[in-house]
Design a protein around this ligand. Structure first.
Ligand code: PLP
Length: 448
């Protein structure tokens, strides 16, 4: 199809995820054609530096031939193998084995999903199975954070508190609850690290008390909140929340769909504080976006409790046709090789450069806050630094950012009118980080 036909066909037929349908029919789509490293080329041949790694997933960068070859070889040999009825493909077994050795503590058991939303959904079902198996079936309530994002299935959207995922959707909120997110920049009162941590711990205790400790199953959080505005909690927050969950006898689930696979430096963000969750959900960087796949890692204790509760011959009733898909698993193995052979280290070096450059942007008149964890960063925009005033919607900053960013040849994500999100591929060189930050500065100058 030529470009005009593509645009028309897109507007007439393709429904885009999480997008403003009305706007899209007037202005969309932006058609991407190819990619190499951290760079994308659109249908007109315009080169764009991808400061968001697709949708914070293409951690290893575009055009990695070893990944393409692994997928091709797997597709040629065996494009599909079910995991049902005792069957398995080789790649999924090998990937589970390698991941079990890399996950924190005894998170040795791996269930593969198709992405992050159904990883969260699966985790929630496994949690129910577990609470039934250990004789505490009344433990049904699950607590998340007000700025948490855990996918857009009905259950995941329930755990997600962000308004856009609830509007007109009648998401049933019978057992999902939320406590305030740690948000250092906008924390009211004493905003020392210790005070922020203490207020989150107190909020969790209060919520559990309100619901009754015997009724609460788990607490879910992202180590760094992503879609809620890239909010980095103070050091020690994760440890304190993990300990609080242990004291309250509720499971601690780390949703590392964004933070996993080197995004914040180490393979998993929990490693910053040596925190071992009871369960962990991942996706995105697991296959670096080359094929769809997510996973739930569960502790040995949860696994054996569920297993031992089911009599022989009785299935644990959860799974999807494409769980542990062989092509995605082969891609996962090739991507893991890349992480271990330089990409993780490259992300750490590039992350340091990104921190230096973003720190220097704090003086910009529009920049109220900069937060960064490895190669994950948020820039919060304000129109009055002292009062921390958010840009008013009439200024239309979000639309301007997207348009001007494209003109300047840089892709990032605008969250509402006040937060710019950055998550460049980990393979970026320091020079590319400089180009990225130069372009972002020009964008800010132009929209300010
Ligand atoms: N959990 C978190 C923390 C996420 O950021 C996302 C997606 O951005 C999801 C879950 C859902 O993942 P997916 O979009 O692959 O379904």
């Amino acid at each position: 199809m030529n470009k005009d036909r593509l645009i028309q066909a897109d507007r007439n037929h393709l429904i885009h995820p999480v997008s403003a349908w009305r706007d899209h029919e007037e202005t969309g789509p932006r058609i991407l054609k190819s990619g190499k490293g951290a760079w994308l080329t659109d249908i007109d041949g315009k080169e764009l530096l991808d400061g968001f790694a697709g949708l914070w997933c293409v951690n290893v960068g575009y055009g990695c031939q070893s990944v393409v070859e692994a997928a091709t070889a797997q597709m040629t040999a065996l494009p599909y193998a079910t995991g049902y009825f005792g069957f398995a493909g080789e790649a999924a077994i090998e990937l589970a084995d390698r991941l079990a050795a890399l996950t924190p503590g005894n998170l040795n058991r791996v269930f593969f999903s198709l992405g992050g939303s159904d990883a969260v959904d699966s985790a929630l079902r496994f949690i129910r199975f577990y609470q039934h198996a250990r004789g505490t079936p009344e433990k049904k309530h699950v607590i998340g954070l007000t700025r948490g994002y855990h996918g857009s299935t009905y259950t995941g959207a329930g755990l997600t508190a962000l308004a856009a995922f609830h509007r007109n959707a009648d998401v049933p909120l019978t057992w999902q609850h939320h406590i305030p997110s740690p948000y250092p920049y906008r924390h009211e009162g004493d905003s020392s690290d210790a005070a922020i941590i203490a207020s989150s711990v107190a909020a969790l205790h209060a919520k559990v008390e309100e619901l009754g400790a015997r009724n609460v199953a788990a607490f879910f959080c992202e180590p760094v909140q992503g879609s809620g505005g890239i909010i980095v909690p103070p050091a020690g927050w994760l440890t304190a929340m993990r300990e609080a969950c242990r004291a309250l006898d509720i499971l601690f689930v780390a949703d590392e769909v964004i933070t996993g696979f080197g995004r914040t430096g180490p393979l998993f963000a929990c490693e910053h504080e040596n925190v071992v969750p009871d369960m962990m959900t991942v996706a995105k960087g697991l296959t670096s976006g080359y094929a769809p796949m997510g996973a739930v890692f569960m502790s040995e204790d949860i696994y054996t409790t569920i297993r031992d509760n089911n009599p022989p011959g009785v299935a644990v009733g959860h799974g999807m046709t494409y769980s542990a898909h062989p092509v995605s698993a082969a891609v996962g193995l090739a991507v893991l090789d890349l992480y271990q052979n330089g990409v993780l280290a490259s992300g750490v070096t590039a992350g340091k450069r990104l921190a230096t450059r973003l720190d220097a942007m704090r003086g910009h008149p529009l920049v109220g806050d900069v937060r960064i964890s490895g190669m994950l960063a948020g820039i919060e925009l304000v129109t009055d630094k002292t009062l921390k005033t958010k840009p008013s919607p009439e200024l239309g900053i979000s639309k301007k950012l997207a348009a001007v960013g494209y003109e300047e040849g840089v892709l990032f994500r605008a969250f509402g009118d006040d937060i710019i999100g950055l998550a460049p591929p980990l393979c970026c060189s320091e020079e590319e980080i400089d180009i990225l930050c130069d372009r972002i500065t020009r964008v800010l100058d132009r929209v300010g």
